[in-house]
Design a protein around this ligand. Structure first.
Ligand code: UDX
Length: 425
């Protein structure tokens, strides 16, 4: 097994470190926030990721996982050095590599001979060379090993990936990194760094475009009287389309898709390619937020101005506590601007949101619907399906639900006197 240093204890670094430890490696995770390091060494996990707390506890107990302050304290004895620092979206759409470059500069002189530096964060095409230029050591190789972790299922996605991608000019370094995944029963492909970096962006952008396609088809279904559930079921039988990622919603969001689609458009533009089709998908996705808000506006007699709108769901998707680029927040911001008085509940969100100043966040779904003129479901938390809708109906001023995730049982709700307005049906 190998000595691995992880630089950055965020969603990607924490999951990568805990999973590598679970696979038997000796892992030291570094971060720059002292309180975060103290909490992590006590087994306290700052993010909601299924199974992550168990793996961290397992690694701490076994002694092959530890958290330290500062990258230097992790890299001195490690053979592999995973860069898992943020690569946020710059104002011009390009990825901001300042954290990555700073991390590489911080460790370049203390890396043991024959080390391998690995880019795990999502980075633009050509970044492997950028890191090589910072480190500038013949005895240190730089490899791309992009992450394909979905928030909420990151542990499962790491241990049971569809594929592992390794990109390196130096084949020996690539094989060494591929060897870290020896106990992962998934295909491991080795390619050049540029191809590895592009696989990540191309995959995420394809998924985002697929979702935009589904949301546009859902809108068309409403206009022509088709049922999106049957349309996507029929589509999914074609193995070239596949069943997954065909659920309509309020639009796509999160900390990756918006950033990665904008970055790919910029990467293409810098290479002289006009990726208008991805720009259009981004534009249509933003328009879909407004379309979802308009659906709520139309569902309320006289519109939402001055009315009470209950919202179930604030996070960008179920299974996570992440509010970054959340479609739910985009829709509620628009409803607030239309004059709605909004009360929101999300099982993973506690306390008021600075991003939604006019919205009252409550601690249970029934308080949210009390005296509401309409309920809008924006995040597909499964707990919403099991609630007592007789009680919901008694509490609401009007039994009207806009189900932006097609999550709830339409016929059961109709039997209870609800008007259920879905997406594409
Ligand atoms: C994504 C990629 O899936 C992952 O491979 C990559 O490593 C990081 O970015 P994530 O951002 O966690 O993962 O979210 P994902 O599960 O992909 O969902 C993205 C958005 O699409 C969410 O807003 C989600 O609600 C929406 N979505 C997803 C739909 O609207 N319908 C679907 O069928 C699936």
């Amino acid at each position: 097994m190998a000595d691995i240093a992880i630089i950055g204890a965020g969603y990607v670094g924490l999951t990568t470190g805990a999973c590598f430890a679970h696979l038997g490696h000796d892992v030291t995770v570094a971060d720059v926030v002292p309180e975060k390091i103290e909490r992590l060494n006590r087994g306290e996990i700052p993010i909601l990721e299924a199974g992550l707390d168990e793996l961290v506890a397992e690694g701490l107990e076994a002694g092959n996982l530890r958290f330290v302050l500062g990258a230097a304290n992790a890299c001195r004895t490690a053979e592999f050095h995973y860069l898992c620092v943020p690569t946020p979206q710059g104002s011009d759409g390009s990825a901001d590599l300042s954290y990555l470059v700073a991390a590489a500069a911080e460790i370049k002189d203390i890396l043991p001979a024959n080390s391998v530096v690995v880019n795990k964060s999502t980075v633009p095409v050509g970044t492997t060379t950028v890191v090589e230029d910072v480190i500038r050591r013949e005895d240190v190789k730089v490899v791309s090993n992009p992450e394909f972790l979905r928030e909420g299922t990151a542990v499962s996605d790491f241990l049971h990936p569809d594929r592992v991608v390794v990109g390196a000019e130096d084949q020996e370094a690539a094989i060494r990194v591929a060897g870290l995944y020896a106990r992962v029963a998934s295909p491991v492909m080795v390619t050049d760094p540029v191809s590895a970096e592009l696989i990540k962006y191309a995959s995420n952008a394809f998924l985002a475009v697929k979702l935009t396609f589904v949301n546009e088809i859902a809108t068309l279904c409403e206009r022509v009287g088709a049922d999106i559930d049957d349309v996507t079921l029929g589509m999914g039988y074609d193995t070239r389309i596949g069943r997954s990622f065909l659920r309509p919603g309020p639009g796509w969001g999160g900390s990756c898709f918006p950033k990665d689609t904008a970055a790919l458009v910029r990467i293409a533009a810098d290479a002289g390619c006009a990726f208008d089709f991805i720009e259009q998908a981004i534009t249509l996705n933003t328009a879909h937020f407004q379309r979802t808000a308009d659906k709520v506006e139309s569902a309320v007699q006289g519109g939402v101005a001055g009315k009470t709108v209950a919202a179930w769901g604030l996070t960008f998707k179920a299974g996570t506590d992440d509010l970054r680029e959340s479609p739910a927040i985009e829709v509620l911001a628009r409803l607030g601007a239309m004059g709605a008085d909004i009360v929101a509940y999300d099982p993973a969100v506690h306390g008021q949101l600075a991003s939604l100043p006019g919205v009252r966040v409550v601690e249970d779904p029934y308080s949210a619907v009390d005296q509401a003129d309409v309920l809008v479901v924006l995040t597909e938390w499964s707990e919403f399906k099991g609630l007592n809708f007789d009680k919901v109906g008694e509490l609401m001023r009007s039994r009207t639900i806009v189900d932006a995730r097609n999550l709830l049982d339409r016929s059961a709700l109709k039997r209870r006197g609800f008007t259920h307005i879905g997406m594409g049906r």
